[in-house]
Design a protein around this ligand. Structure first.
Ligand SMILES: Cc1cc2nc3c(=O)[nH]c(=O)nc-3n(C[C@H](O)[C@H](O)[C@H](O)COP(=O)(O)OP(=O)(O)OC[C@H]3O[C@@H](n4cnc5c(N)ncnc54)[C@H](O)[C@@H]3O)c2cc1C
Length: 440
């Protein structure tokens, strides 16, 4: 039996990297995490600004998802609440405000739909839990809707809920099976987190065993090389040897380190332009949630559900879901008009706002031409036996942060199960002495 302690490097301290670090250290490995920025969190970071806690755009943890289950089972300490179903849910259609059909009674009141459209939408939602999703993984959402839904406004309404659940605004590419699986997951509820998603990352960081795990911040990995029995990485002019390396970084960063590793893998992203707005109070307190039906708009007051301000302040997340080819920088103007429509006179209450024109919510849009997979089938890389990739573009059963966590768990399982001799005995002093720069 292989009893020696494995030496593993993790590159990237986002949620994927932090979960991998926790699992590897629990599994008895010696771990060094290299993170180029000054703190952990990646896209799950929260900025504390003027007494408000801003995630990078709207973040909701799926209550029925793998990440929540994993974090709960491992004692990761964060608190959150589900936005109430009985809030006023609004639909924006042709620039006007209507009720959003989220259940039978609101469907009845959603006056942008006529009677036959309401009946068709109700039929779709009745049918949804019984669809054989495996059979439509290779069908695009657009194709499925064309065949199965007659009326344009009903299709648009279904696409609205798909955008909300998946972040994808690409019905031609998106797998219908994966899209509906995510709508079903979202229907189980989501959590907005008190003090933002950073609390997840900080709690994982507190749990890491400082004897076996080192975190190095401001450490950008410049190169990664697979050797016969080890992996060599270069950071700040220093080289280190490890038994295995987990690349918990976006695909374009993987390509910089290993130019041929992802070749032939067609990956698509889900992107959004995000506007995060801090107000002193809400001019219209009841307007807490709205979705665009004929425009890809999102608006939600997260602070009425979660504690996201030190005082009484209000935090609103708005987003414009970007189509694949949309590289415009000017969606802020549309989002501000929506804000003014729902919160007239908001400017009098404005404390701070931040516009992020091109946020990547997921690097792995589940594509119909990949049978619903995010892109890479598994964390293994062909030709690199000791290098693995983790993130929201690896694997097929989950999306967004659930996909990222799933890929980390799979990579860790593979690494811990492997019995190769690696670099044991040749462990470099510099790697062993990589300091714990931040714990707790
Ligand atoms: C606007 C937005 C909204 C979202 N909403 C949701 C949501 O509602 N629900 C949900 O489940 N998910 C959501 N997500 C997705 C979620 O945030 C991510 O899936 C999750 O944070 C996992 O990220 P990760 O660890 O895989 O990658 P990242 O967070 O991107 O982390 C990668 C890390 O690697 C570091 N790095 C990169 N290159 C190097 C290098 N060469 N050397 C060292 N370090 C390096 C980066 O600095 C970064 O810290 C959203 C994301 C965004 C942007």
């Amino acid at each position: 039996m292989d009893t020696r302690q494995k030496k593993i490097a993790i590159i990237g301290a986002g949620v994927a990297g932090m979960v991998a670090a926790l699992e590897l250290s629990k599994g008895g490995a010696k771990v060094v995490v290299f993170e180029k920025s000054s703190k952990a969190g990646g896209r799950a970071q929260t900025t504390h600004k003027e007494g408000y806690y801003l995630n990078f755009g709207p973040h909701a943890l799926y209550a029925g998802g793998l990440a929540h289950r994993y974090l709960q089972n491992n004692g990761i300490d964060y608190r959150g609440a589900a936005p109430p179903l009985n809030r006023e849910n609004l639909a924006i259609f042709a620039g006007e405000v209507y009720e959003l059909p989220v259940n039978l009674s609101s469907l009845f009141r959603a006056t942008y739909l006529n009677w036959s459209e309401k009946v068709e939408l109700a039929r779709f939602f009745r049918r949804l839990p019984h669809l054989d999703l495996d059979k439509i993984m290779s069908t695009s959402l657009a194709q499925w809707l064309k065949v199965n839904v007659k009326r344009t406004r009903v299709r648009q309404t279904i696409e609205t809920f798909v955008r909300l659940s998946t972040y994808a605004n690409s019905p031609q590419e998106l797998s219908a099976g994966a899209a509906f699986a995510q709508v079903i997951l979202a229907n189980q509820g989501v959590l907005y987190l008190d003090h933002g998603w950073q609390t997840i990352v900080e709690s994982i960081q507190r749990k890491l065993n400082s004897e076996s795990t080192s975190l190095r911040f401001g450490a950008q990995v410049q190169s990664v090389r697979q050797l016969a029995d080890a992996v060599e990485i270069l950071v700040d002019e220093e080289t280190f040897l490890f038994d295995a390396v987990l690349l918990c970084i976006p695909p374009q960063e993987v390509e910089k380190l290993l130019p041929d590793a992802l070749s032939g893998q067609a990956l698509s992203t889900c992107r959004a332009a995000c506007l995060d707005v801090c107000l002193k109070r809400l001019p219209r307190p009841k307007h807490t949630f709205a979705l665009g039906v004929d425009e890809p708009l999102y608006y939600s007051v997260h602070s009425t559900t979660a504690k996201l301000a030190d005082g009484e302040g209000v935090l609103i997340h708005l987003a414009y879901y970007l189509e694949p080819q949309d590289n415009r920088d000017d969606h802020e103007e549309r989002l501000l008009r929506l804000l003014e429509q729902l919160q007239p006179g908001y400017e009098q209450e404005l404390v701070y706002k931040r516009y992020l024109p091109h946020m990547v919510a997921s690097y792995g849009l589940p594509r119909a031409d990949h049978a619903g997979a995010a892109g890479l089938k598994s964390p293994r890389l062909k030709g690199y036996p000791s290098i693995f990739v983790c993130g929201d573009y690896v694997g097929s059963d989950w999306q967004l942060v659930d996909c990222a966590v799933n890929s980390s768990l799979e990579a860790v399982q593979t690494v811990l199960a492997s019995r190769d001799e690696g670099v044991y005995g040749r462990w470099q002093e510099n790697a062993a002495s990589a300091t714990v720069e931040s714990q707790g």
